[in-house]
Design a binder for this molecule. Structure first.
Ligand code: GRF
Length: 218
């Protein structure tokens, strides 16, 4: 199967990027990371990409007078790299319609809560404060809203009595690193169908995981 070309956009440390690089290097992803882009020149993600020999680009959003102009520059870089799928992994910029319309149904994001609960920022802390018994993470397609797009895959983790923001975040992050590569592989295999708000997975597998992760990992 020919590999799809993906770009990862990240503003921070890049642990999700790292998990995707490792799955790709292990030959478990039918996807090639052709570009890692950031709005922050000092993002850890760019360093990780450089170490893996992946092309990088940093575009400082502060140089642009509005969101659309920044997005046009980013889209130009992604088009230049002939990207099929855009992966947001800790990319701390909201996308305008300029960006979303340039990659219809081809932008994914990962969010550290079980959407639609707790969209936005600091969500592990919010889940703890709310007294939720479970949290988790969600990979979803990106639409014009804040963490509102169609859900592709989720993983659930328990919240323990003695959890701190850090311990819960770490438990969730471990699952992020499992489900994001899986969602990318489902896309690469052309097994995702968006039907309104829902994403149908063609030929779901791995029934043994069903109680925790929907759709199951394989
Ligand atoms: C993750 O928690 C992700 O869910 C959120 O931003 C964080 C990025 O972490 N969108 P990393 O840079 O991938 O380590």
């Amino acid at each position: 199967m020919p590999k799809i070309r993906i770009a990862v956009l990240a503003s921070g440390r890049g642990s999700n990027l790292q998990s995707i690089i490792e799955e790709s290097q292990a030959g478990r992803l039918d996807a090639e990371i052709v570009l890692v882009a950031s709005n922050k020149a000092d993002a850890g993600a760019l360093k990780r990409a450089g170490e893996a020999g992946i092309a990088t680009c940093a575009i400082d959003h502060r140089q642009f007078k509005n969101r659309e102009d920044f997005d046009r520059e980013m889209v130009a870089a992604l088009h230049e790299a002939k990207v099929d799928l855009v992966i947001l992994a800790g990319f701390m910029r909201l996308l305008s319609n300029v960006f979303i319309e340039a990659f219809p149904h081809s932008i994914m994001n990962i969010h550290p809560s079980l959407l639609p609960a707790f969209p936005g920022l600091d969500v592990q802390k919010k889940a703890l404060e709310y007294g939720a018994r479970f949290s988790g993470c969600t990979v979803h397609f990106v639409d014009g809203g804040l963490d509102t797009g169609p859900i592709i895959i989720q993983a659930v983790v328990p919240i323990h009595e003695d959890d701190s923001d850090e311990s819960l975040s770490a438990r969730i992050l471990e699952q992020e690193h499992r489900i994001y590569p899986r969602a990318i592989q489902l896309f690469a295999e052309d097994r995702l169908r968006i039907e309104g708000r829902r994403v149908r997975i063609l030929n779901p597998d791995r029934p043994e995981d069903r109680a925790l992760i929907n759709p199951p990992l394989s």
